[in-house]
Design a protein around this ligand. Structure first.
Ligand SMILES: Nc1ncnc2c1ncn2[C@@H]1O[C@H](COP(=O)(O)OP(=O)(O)O)[C@@H](O)[C@H]1O
Ligand SMILES: [Mg+2]
Length: 306
């Protein structure tokens, strides 16, 4: 998708036209400059309402985890590992023992770039060999890695929060096919027009699931890995999720963000906070979603410009 085709760009143009704001795009439409009483830049999905330090903390999964847990909030452990090439600065020569120790303790781990996004290079490992492959893959591209125990996630929720209010909340429902006893998974996916990135599959696509059996295709809940947004959430659970998201943004002091929360055995844990609020897939799903996110972007823009 070209930058100019992003839904955020369409939102910005409409908001500007509807509110008498002048605008100009730079850097292949990746940067927008908006002017009303004063100027503002929007860079990618970053808005200037956020404090630069809060933004850095959100980008660092391990730092976010440490700050949230030290404040008494339930968050997914993200243990920090630097690339071996930096060990002479950090002195972390026992990383090998620490990493293998985590695998022994938890049996299954999740390895990801500490500053990752969009589910890219997130690996699920069960063995020392898989651990080595995943770690090498991550360190080929990144300076730091975060390692978590694997959780059997029953739900992952996203809250888009602005000024301590949850403006949008949804569940991320992973793509699923239902067996008919004769078709391969790949054929069932074609029928339902499901496309997901090849390294996201957790199963052999040539398997033939039994009739009526639901097969979840990926362990990742990212919308860009094929999941879709569903706003149908039990009210009591919704209230708890929203409260946890608000508590989390208050700790990090981030004004505009999306907070991802997982549910594991009925317990809620904060997975990550994104300081860039990207809603491309969510907004593309329906006009109702488009209007909802445009309304949030409008408030953020007008609060800054007026
Ligand atoms: N500890 C974990 N246990 C189980 N699944 C996980 C864990 N961490 C991440 N995942 C899965 O991987 C996806 C991407 O991980 P996440 O930490 O959100 O990274 P990103 O910033 O790349 O989206 C999540 O949506 C979730 O489905
Ligand atoms: Mg994520």
């Amino acid at each position: 998708m070209l930058n100019k085709d992003r839904i955020l760009i369409r939102c910005i143009k409409e908001i500007c036209k509807e509110n008498g704001i002048s605008y100009e795009f730079f850097a292949f439409d990746w940067i927008a400059k908006l002017t009303l009483k004063r100027d503002m830049f929007i860079f990618g999905y970053q808005f200037p309402v956020n404090d630069a330090v809060a933004d850095c903390i959100c980008k660092d999964k391990s730092a976010t985890y440490e700050l949230l847990t030290k404040s008494g909030l339930n968050a997914v452990e993200h243990h920090y590992f630097t690339s071996p090439k930096w060990h002479h600065y950090t002195g972390n020569y026992d990383d090998e023992t620490r990493l293998n120790g985590l695998l022994i303790t938890h049996n299954k781990l999740v390895l990801k770039p500490n500053e990752g996004t969009g589910g890219r290079d997130v690996f699920f490992v069960n063995t020392v060999k898989e651990l080595d492959v995943a770690r090498n893959n991550i360190f080929k591209k990144c300076e730091a890695m975060a390692v978590s125990p694997f959780y059997n996630i029953s739900e992952e929720y996203r809250c888009i929060v602005y000024d301590d209010k949850v403006r949008i909340i949804y569940r991320k429902v992973r793509p699923t096919v239902t067996g008919d006893g004769k078709s391969k998974i790949i054929e069932l996916m074609k029928e339902r027009n499901i496309k997901i990135t090849c390294d996201d599959y957790i199963i052999d696509l040539n398997c033939v699931p039994e009739s009526g059996v639901d097969v979840i295709l990926t362990l990742k809940h990212n919308l860009c890995s094929g999941a879709y947004a569903n706003s149908d959430i039990d009210l009591a659970v919704k209230n708890k999720i929203e409260q946890l998201a608000i508590n989390a943004v208050k700790v990090i002091k981030i004004r505009f963000s999306s907070v991802d929360i997982i549910e594991v055995d009925g317990e809620l844990k904060i997975l990550e906070i994104n300081s860039g609020v990207m809603a491309e897939k969510y907004a593309a799903q329906s006009n109702e979603h488009y209007i909802a996110i445009k309304d949030v972007y409008k408030d953020v823009i007008l609060d800054y410009l007026l």
